[in-house]
Design a protein around this ligand. Sequence first.
Ligand SMILES: [Zn+2]
Length: 299
Amino acid sequence: MQNEPIHMDGLLRISLLGGEARAFLAETTFAAERAREIHSLSRTAAAALGRTLTVTAVLGCMLKGKDESVTVRIDGGGPAGTILAIGKPSGDVKGFVSHPGADVPRRGEKLDVGALVGREGTLTVIKDMRLKEPYVGQVPLTSGEIGEDFAMYFTSSEQTPSLVSVGVLVADKVVSAGGLVIQMMPGASEAAIASVENSAGMFMDISRTLMQDHLEGTLEQLLTHLEPEVLEKVPVRYRCDCTRERVERALMLLGPEELKDMIRTQHGAQVDCHFCNTRRRFTQEELEQLIARCEQNRA
Ligand SMILES: [Zn+2]
C-alpha cells in the first residue's frame, strides 16, 4: 500500500449521511483499457464493456464471502451482441463483448452506447453465493446506456432505490473510466433521499471528474456535502483466473465420447479463453490422457 501510485484503479466503499445511504465510487481506467486491448474493442464497445465492468466491480464488492462471484449479462439485441462480465469481492473483474469490433456512429459528441448495446433486451445479474441455487435477477433494458439499466436493476430487482452514474472516456485508448453507485438504506429519511436526489446532476460527468481528481479528489468534490465516511478501499484489476487445469477439467466434463470425437476429427483440441484470449492446445496424446482420467473417475 505504501508506494501505491495515486492513479491505480480502486473502489471506495463509503457510508453517507450517518448511515442513511451508502456509496461505491470506482476508478476503473486501467481495467477498461486492459479489456479494450485484450479484445481489440471498438471505441463504443470499449465504453460499453468499461461501463459494465465498473458496475460489475461494485456488485463484486457488495458480496460477502471471498469465494462468491457475480456474473452480469446484457443481451440488448444491438450490434454488440452479448456483453458478459464477472466480478469478485477481491475487486477482480473480467468480461467480453461477443462482437468486439462492432461500432455505431456517435450521437453528437457522445459515443452512442445505447445504440451499440440495443434497447430491446435484458440485464441479468447472477450471484453465486455458494448456496445451492444462485441468485438471479433480471430486468428489461431501459436505455442500453448501462448506468440507467443498472439503476433499474437495483431499484426493481433488489428493491434498493439507487443512483448509478458510469462513464468511460475513449480516445485511441481508454483515458478515464469509473462510476458511482449511491443506494438508500432501509428506513432512510425523506431528507436523506432528497439530499441524494438533489445531487444527481453533479454525478453526470463522472469519468471526467475521475480523470482530473482520481478517487480521493472525486470523493471530496462530489460527496463532501453527503458527509462521506470511507469504510474500505479495494483495488480493482482486470484479471482472468483461467488455468490449463481448469480447461482440462472442462474438457473432461464433455466426456470420453466427445474427446474421442475431437481426436478423430481434429487430432487434438484448441481452447480459447473468452476473457483473456489465451489459446491452449491439446495434442492427441494429451486428450487420450484426459480420456483415461475420465474413465478412471468413472470406475
Ligand atoms: Zn482466461
